[in-house]
Design a protein around this ligand. Structure first.
Ligand SMILES: [Zn+2]
Length: 279
């Protein structure tokens, strides 16, 4: 999965230090990011690639395997010869996996920093809070921590069959599983039951946890569950959201060799009869 970068180690501890010339910097403009893509390999600029006047606008992000990564926070758009603005999803479509992970996590932090420049309580401009990863309002004292949105991925099974879906209105057109964000007041099992009923009109039982995954592309923390059909297997499609939902036999599942996402890992785990394992 995207976060499995061993033997490299992701250090999330917030220990900001000034950027050095050969540190990487992530530059975003809405859903676009400034990168170089060559032969399916994606790279982002180094601090030394930035125009000198922009190097003061850098926010420390994290450290991967001894190397610090930064976010460009300047207001002026940056252009760097040899780099171009591509969709953020380019991080998941290109090698190496380390960049897929670092890029998606940087994007998650970028969205959070960009959305919290002002205090939601009093409207004053916020400041970076030095002690930990947070923004602080100097006027009313409000401290804002990074926002992570919990969501579930659901493998609905009935013997040797599983429900696979395709979304109607998303950039990603590949196969998927029923999924959705948790709502306030729900436990995860309630989210699973509600999403299954809303999206495909079925009841499920024997809900069991599989694995989890950070998914910075939509500020998410995904939690995977398998569950068994309880009652009728007749699918009633939520047409606003899903284009297709159908029962697929284990033997019909093909290996698409893309194991970045928890969804894909769960589909392959089911194909291999490993849906009962959670390690
Ligand atoms: Zn405030």
């Amino acid at each position: 999965m995207i976060q499995e970068i061993e033997p490299k180690i992701y250090h999330n501890e917030y220990k900001p230090v000034p950027a050095k010339d050969d540190d990487y910097v992530f530059v975003f403009d809405g859903p676009m990011t400034l990168v170089k893509i060559e032969d399916g390999t994606i790279t982002c600029p180094k601090v030394s690639d930035l125009p000198a006047k922009e190097r003061g606008d850098l926010q420390y992000l994290f450290n991967i395997d001894g190397k610090n990564d930064y976010l460009y926070t300047g207001k002026e758009p940056v252009d760097i010869p040899g780099f171009s603005y591509e969709r953020v999803s380019s991080f998941r479509r290109n090698k190496p996996k380390l960049m897929s992970y670092a890029g998606s996590t940087a994007y998650h932090l970028n969205v959070w920093y960009a959305n919290n420049r002002f205090c939601g309580r009093c409207g004053h401009k916020t400041e970076v809070y030095g002690k930990e990863r947070a923004m602080k309002c100097p006027d009313c004292g409000n401290i804002i921590y990074p926002r992570i949105s919990p969501a579930v991925i659901i493998g609905i099974t009935n013997g040797d069959k599983i429900i696979m879906t395709r979304y109607a209105d998303r950039e990603y057109k590949g196969r998927s599983l029923v999924a959705g964000f948790c709502e306030i007041g729900e436990d995860l099992e309630a989210t699973v039951r509600r999403e299954v009923m809303e999206e495909v009109g079925l009841k499920v039982k024997n809900i069991r946890y599989y694995k989890s995954q950070p998914w910075g592309f939509d500020s998410g923390l995904l939690m995977g569950f398998f569950c068994d059909l309880d009652g009728s297997d007749k699918i009633t499609l939520e047409e606003n959201e899903l284009a297709i939902a159908e029962w697929v036999d284990r033997s019909e599942i093909t290996d698409e060799h893309r194991y970045l996402s928890l969804t894909e890992e769960m589909i392959m785990a089911f194909r291999n009869g490993e849906e009962g394992r959670n390690l």
